[in-house]
Write a protein that binds this ligand. Structure first.
Ligand code: GDP
Length: 411
């Protein structure tokens, strides 16, 4: 069924998205805000892990746990009781599967953490992946392998090279061995003797140490338009800032418009910065020409656009190999359109990034490559090394994410 398919397509890592508190006030020792999204394959143990975590932090009373324990015994699924802390939907309980992680808040030493619903819709996945910059990768069910150090390290090595090639920095990846079921290494160091080899951080240590993302306010203005309304356009400012009275360039049109007014995160404002979601009231421009995926930028430094570019792609678990001429849907922020793979320039070693083969005939699952992509209409983008928000994209085919890519050359 649809839900099951959807769950199975979810990525297999626990991903953490975070945002710093708008008006962080260090004087008052106000805690930073962090948004946490838990993602993993169905049955990976997400609900059990987070339920047990919240229970250990004291957010769930013993009484509630006892009630869940009793109810789950009644239907013969004792191990599900921690999961129920987060899942309140009765039919999910009966089926013994969990769809969404419920919304809830908890605090660590320096953070107020809001647990967000795992994205329920597949179309949200590309957006979510490109908003996420730090990952806490929980290697769960360590009790199942008697806390095998070899198994843990094997998984770390494989995921590390995969994620590095998808554009994550080594310093933004954290690997934590855990057991959601026994509760080990969530808040306290594991007590299990077979885990004696591990003296790294616990899950809560890692969550507490995540950095608020750098706000790229000093960079050039880049806003990817997600909606056009009768007096302007809206979207999130990825980099730079915008002020009422500014002239802005709308790419790929090349049109210049005047900023007449701003709504910044739902309040009327004069200035908005990277990270803000804004409605921009625009004058002196034909709004009918503007479409979703166009980019607002400074007139001095407009974003480049092109119909063809080169990218390094990491291919996921696909069924049919990618060959020249392959058509696929590209998602880059709000730009979504069909594109064609025009050239397979090189196949790369996924771990070292070295070239294995020039001009391969096809690209198979779990490989990495340099390709040339052609779009039907001009796409605004940047080299990944310059502005990463506009230099990374997802390729999707019939609703399935088949590859992630980084722009390496704009031709
Ligand atoms: P979700 O679909 O990712 O939310 O997974 P659940 O939390 O519902 O767990 C799926 C199954 O894995 C259940 O049978 C859990 O009891 C089991 N499980 C979850 N965490 C652990 C763990 O740390 N160790 C073991 N052995 N089983 C676990």
């Amino acid at each position: 069924n649809g839900d099951k398919e959807l769950l199975e397509r979810r990525d297999e890592t626990l991903e953490i998205g975070n945002e710093c508190l708008e008006n962080k006030c260090k004087k008052n020792k106000e805690k930073e805000n962090l948004y946490l999204i838990v993602i993993g394959h169905v049955d990976a143990g997400k609900s059990t892990l987070m339920g047990h975590f919240l229970y250990k932090l004291g957010y769930v009373t013993q009484k509630v746990i006892q009630k869940y324990e009793h109810e789950s015994e009644k239907i013969g699924k004792q191990s599900f009781f921690y999961a129920w802390v987060l899942d309140e939907i009765p039919e999910e309980r009966e089926r013994g599967i969990t769809i969404d992680v419920g919304k809830s808040k908890f605090e660590t030493a320096t953070k107020i953490v809001t647990l967000l619903d795992a994205p329920g819709h597949k179309d949200f996945i590309p957006n979510m992946i490109s908003g996420v910059n730090q990952l806490a990768i929980v290697i769960n069910k360590m009790d199942n392998v008697l806390w095998s150090r070899e198994r843990f390290e094997e998984i770390c090595v494989k995921l590390n090279s995969f994620l590095r090639h998808a554009g994550f920095l080594e310093s933004d990846l954290f690997f934590i061995p855990c057991s959601g079921l026994t509760g080990e290494n969530l808040i306290e160091k594991p007590k299990d003797l077979s885990a004696a080899w591990y003296n790294g951080p616990t899950l809560i240590d890692i969550i507490d140490s995540l950095k608020p993302p750098e706000r790229s306010v000093n960079k050039v203005l880049r806003l990817s338009i997600d909606d056009v309304c009768k007096n302007g356009a809206s979207g999130r400012i990825e980099t730079g800032c915008i002020r009422v009275g500014n002239k802005v360039c709308i790419q790929p049109l090349g049109d210049i418009a005047l900023v007449k007014g701003l709504t910044v995160d739902d309040n009327i404002g004069n200035t908005a910065y990277a990270g803000n979601y804004v409605n921009v009231i625009l004058a002196n421009v034909d709004l009918d020409k503007i479409s979703v995926g166009c980019v607002l930028c400074n007139i001095e430094n407009p974003i480049p656009f092109t119909n063809q570019f080169e990218a390094k792609i990491v291919i996921f678990d696909i069924v049919y190999p990618i060959t020249i001429g392959y058509s696929v849907i590209l998602h880059l922020l709000n730009f979504v359109d069909e594109v064609k793979i025009m050239k397979l320039r090189a196949q790369l070693n996924k771990v070292t990034g070295e070239m294995i083969k020039k001009n391969p005939r096809c690209l198979i699952k779990n490989s990495a490559a340099i390709v040339t992509i052609r779009t039907n209409r001009p796409i605004c983008l940047e080299l990944y090394k310059n502005i990463k928000e506009f230099g990374r994209f997802m390729l999707r085919d019939t609703g399935i994410t088949i590859a992630a890519g980084l722009v390496t050359k704009v031709s």
